[in-house]
Design a protein around this ligand. Sequence first.
Ligand code: 5GP
Ligand code: MN
Length: 321
Amino acid sequence: MLGKIADAVRSAKTLLLVSHVRPDGDALGSSVAFYHALKSLGKEVVVFNQDKIPDMYRFLPGSEAVVHTLGPVERFDTALLLDCSELSRVGDEADRIASIGTLIAIDHHLSNDGTIPLSLVDTKASSTGEILVDLIDKLGVELTRDIAVNIYTAVVTDTGSFRYSNTTRKTFMLAARLVEAGADPRVVSEQVYETKPLVRLRLMSRAIETLNISRGGEVGSIVLDRRSMKQEDALPEHTEGLVDMVRSVQGVRVAVFYYEMPDGTYKISLRSKGNANVEQVAKTFGGGGHRNASACRMQGNIKDVQEQILAAVDVILRETE
Ligand code: 5GP
Ligand code: MN
């Protein structure tokens, strides 16, 4: 598949790079890294994401090239989906993007509807960035500093700074190569983890006040409603990572974060330790992700949503007891 995708990229003239809504470090790092790679091959490239770039990722070299309005799609002969392999994940422009002649997906999520024939999905890879380096090598593109910083950020954010089970020998070998190519671990960590606005700490405090522990300490959950978000003048990006605080508690096997979005629907982020597969929970409600990190969206009042999620969590916890 890698060879086929490399051939398709080589013969492409005008490419669209697109990733999932509410992009994270891997979505943005991969997209912008591949933007640089394709530019060096003399291609016409547009990087599109429906949502704005969170402030913490604005340091990524080349991130200013990302556009949020797609424009006519007829000019593209090829579209690459990065860090997602289901068209619906790209947001409102999914149908128009689906009409582009050649579709390619590079991804590491478990959820994959198989509708894109040219899909390179490696669920064992730490990040989409890690898979992308294989493609960059195959294309004979030099790993420049700009590419390295973007990929390093993708790897660091998706592995929780080399802590999660997706961190392998290959990940560390890649990290060494990226550092050699000019990525500075301190600079990336500082940008990603130590430039948070104060409002995030306030949200954390609000979220902790809602902490609920159930199933004898195995399940922990927090809630943030629209009112709190508004009162703190917080943005959706400020909620990123809050669920990890819950997973950090001894004995907690599944952590849940119920986030009420501006339109009143809930986004539910799930995290787990060990074998507990929260992708299965998210999939039940139309979402997806990985074994230890997944998410879905649900409508209804918070009590009903919590009840349904906890029932589904109970099922997977029974399976891995
Ligand atoms: P987060 O809670 O950080 O937003 O998402 C956790 C994981 O689930 C990420 O890997 C993310 O890409 C994935 N994810 C989040 N929302 C969805 C969704 O609606 N559908 C699918 N398939 N995956 C999702
Ligand atoms: Mn990813």
